[in-house]
Design a protein around this ligand. Structure first.
Ligand code: SF4
Length: 206
């Protein structure tokens, strides 16, 4: 038997949330053989185990069906966004799409989850993510260090407030790259935030 690899599959970020079409589900079912393991992760990605030598073909066919395909494992996951119930414009769908394009799939010391909420109601649970963006009217706040797992779970802390949309990609990429360069081994992002301090991350983001 050949070697297998997991790929992460999800529908695009859109109004309505994580919506697969019936045709997309059929496509996934057609590309999977009876031995394929399909795992629904808690971060809105479907993990699909595929033979390494067929990964490129399967990725191409999934993308042609309108799905997004990313690496699994120690990377920035695709943006975990809300359902944009206030509408694409008010909730900032374009901003979320740009952010996802800039960060999804970057290799990191541990898996990083980045959240996005289109308003302060935060129904996508932004404060439980490593990094989150919350749209507040026309500006954006950034939170860091949420940790939902374990008995020492903690919520994220506000790092920056009142950002304009154009600042989000450079600021968040700067934080991610600082983490990549300075994490101690497989140091969790929440621990890293506590160790380096919010003031240091503000300087990095500056
Ligand atoms: S975070 Fe706000 S805009 Fe997004 S789905 Fe929840 S209530 Fe709607």
């Amino acid at each position: 038997m050949g070697e297998n690899i997991k790929i992460a599959v999800n529908p695009p970020i859109q109004v309505g949330g994580s919506l697969f079409t019936p045709e997309q589900l059929v496509k996934i079912g057609t590309l999977a053989d009876s031995q394929t393991k399909l795992e629904m992760t808690p971060f809105k990605q479907l993990y699909m185990e595929v033979p390494v030598n067929q990964r490129d073909r399967i990725t191409k066919e999934l993308r042609e069906a309108g799905l997004e395909v990313y690496p699994s494992g120690f990377v920035v996951k695709s943006l975990i966004a809300c359902n944009f119930c206030k509408g694409a414009e008010d909730a900032g769908l374009d901003t979320a799409l740009r952010l996802n394009e800039a960060i999804a799939g970057i290799e990191t010391p541990t898996p990083i989850k980045i959240g996005y909420a289109g308003c302060g109601l935060g129904t996508s649970e932004p404060l439980l993510k490593d990094i989150s963006v919350v749209k507040m009217k026309s500006a954006f706040d950034i939170y860091v260090g949420g940790e939902p797992k374990g008995l020492k779970a903690s919520i994220a802390t506000k790092l920056l407030t009142g950002l304009v949309a154009e600042q989000l990609v450079p600021v968040i990429k700067a934080i991610i790259h600082y983490y990549i360069a300075n994490a101690k081994g497989k140091e969790k992002f929440s621990k890293f935030v506590n160790r380096v301090s919010l003031d240091e991350l503000k300087r990095v983001a500056g």
